[in-house]
Design a protein around this ligand. Structure first.
Ligand code: PHE
Length: 457
């Protein structure tokens, strides 16, 4: 492995990588998906399992993904092929890259629809529609949006065009600048919302709900709850489908993979917890149901914006920033495919991005119709949007993660990982080695086998 640069470009600095990878990680997963999923499983116990998954499984796998990407310097498919060859392993390891592309497609299809909701809410906030709204009103507003297929299609289309535009230009160029300003702004605004929650919401109830684990909540659905918490960790950290791997392939050497990972995973988790602390005080103060599902954020925050001074301004700003967070995540979902098309089929970046974008756009239409016109169409009891979400977050990403862990821990020689992680052979390396070889594959394996019914506890 001697390639020192990727043909697709390189991050200019270590900070650029951290910003881009955090841009990928922090998105709708933190602010939309985390609170409602935690709410569906009763709060604290879910949050605890989630944090454990981030630390024990997510962090070592993120290090592995960055490491493999940087060593391969190609799209995930070709990186896996090249590394398997260099280490004398079966070429079938490239299937990992293919599965990642499929997962990226499915995620982006529904992700774009939800990003569309944020655009719709941006305009609702700006036009003062939140003022004085109550729980019933905001529920009706949400139902009105998701019932309107044409509007959802318009937003979905605009969002996909935005994604294709950036990916076509090359992520190492366009992305850096936007993330540098917008991510800290989103962070600050979340803090403002938490402060509002302390003043006007039921903050104590929210803290107790999120941080006092009550495993009785898992009664009868422990397997499902743990699967969801683990899936949420993979989804939120962008792991298991090659997004972080390809971002790693644009990272220069002499940049500590371990440190970078800690920063990215730490930020990502912090944003998710802040989102919880912003949303649940309002949920409890207004007697809303924590388990009301995917609409949770969109039904609660408007109430807060409607009450607070300057709410129209803060509300608009919040949904604009959330849109940007979704944008920087969506870009990383398309990049592995585009890089592969450029490498193997000699597509230009523009053609590759448009082709990928159009395919995802079509899949996204199925997702948005599942909210209204096709609400009766069920596969395994789920509509397209829920099905894509479940399949990717809870099955495909963890499966990709196990395979990455097995490859990094068992297929790659120890000398290669010591060399690429650049942190010597000390205790921290050994800890990683233990986690990636045993803890991550066994833990994820058990949860997955339980989910598919092979192993029932
Ligand atoms: N991590 C992103 C989020 O939390 C979603 C994502 C998943 C992005 C997988 C890339 C890969 O919103």
């Amino acid at each position: 492995m001697t390639a020192t640069n990727s043909i697709h470009g390189m991050w200019s600095t270590r900070l650029a990588f951290i910003l881009a990878a955090s841009g990928s990680a922090v998105g709708l997963g933190n602010i939309w998906r985390f609170p409602y999923t935690a709410g569906e499983y009763g709060g604290g116990a879910f949050v605890l399992v989630y944090v454990l998954c981030v630390v024990l499984i997510g962090v070592p796998i993120m290090m592995a993904e960055i490491m493999l990407g940087r060593r391969g310097r190609r799209s995930p498919i070709n990186t896996m092929r090249a590394l398997a060859k260099a280490e004398g392993r079966a070429p079938a390891w490239q299937l990992l890259g293919w599965m990642g592309i499929l997962a990226g497609f499915l995620i982006l299809a529904f992700y774009s629809v939800i990003a569309g909701w944020t655009m719709g809410y941006m305009f609702r906030a700006a036009s003062g529609m939140f003022t004085g709204i109550d729980a019933a009103g905001s529920g009706a507003m949400f139902a009105g949006l998701i019932g309107d297929a044409e509007r959802l299609l318009a937003w979905h289309t605009i969002f996909m065009v935005m994604v294709v535009l950036v990916v076509a230009r090359g992520v190492a160029g366009g992305l850096e600048k936007s993330v540098r300003i917008l991510m800290p702004a989103l962070f600050l605004l979340l803090v403002v919302m938490v402060v509002y929650g302390i003043q006007a919401g039921d903050f104590d109830a929210a803290v107790a709900y999120l941080f006092e684990p009550d495993f009785a909540e898992f009664q009868g659905k422990a397997g499902e709850a743990i699967l969801s918490a683990m899936g949420q960790a993979f989804f939120s950290l962008s792991l298991g489908m090659g997004a972080i791997m390809i971002y790693g392939s644009y990272l220069k050497r002499d940049s500590s993979i371990a440190q970078n990972t800690m920063i990215i995973a730490g930020l990502d988790t912090l944003v998710a917890l802040l989102a919880g602390l912003a949303i649940f005080p309002i949920v409890f103060a207004h007697g809303l149901a924590p388990d009301s599902g995917p609409g949770l954020v969109f039904q609660t925050l408007p109430i807060a914006f409607g009450e607070m001074p300057g709410g129209a301004f803060f509300g608009t700003l919040f949904f604009v920033l959330l849109l940007f967070a979704a944008w920087t995540s969506a870009i990383s979902l398309l990049e592995p495919l585009v890089a592969w098309l450029v490498e193997n089929l000699s597509f230009s970046r523009v053609r590759a991005s448009v082709l990928g974008g159009v395919t995802v756009w079509l899949l996204g239409i199925a997702c948005l119709l599942s909210l209204n016109a096709w609400s009766e169409v069920k596969i395994f009891g789920k509509g397209f949007l829920d099905l894509f979400d479940f399949l990717t977050a809870n099955i495909m990403l963890p499966l990709g993660g196990v395979l990455i862990a097995i490859f990094a821990g068992w297929m790659l020689s120890r000398a290669s990982s010591v060399d690429e992680l650049e942190m010597g052979d000390g205790w921290f390396y050994r800890l990683w080695w233990l986690l990636i070889r045993y803890v991550a594959p066994i833990a994820v394996g058990i949860v997955l086998l339980n989910a598919v019914g092979v192993l029932k506890w």
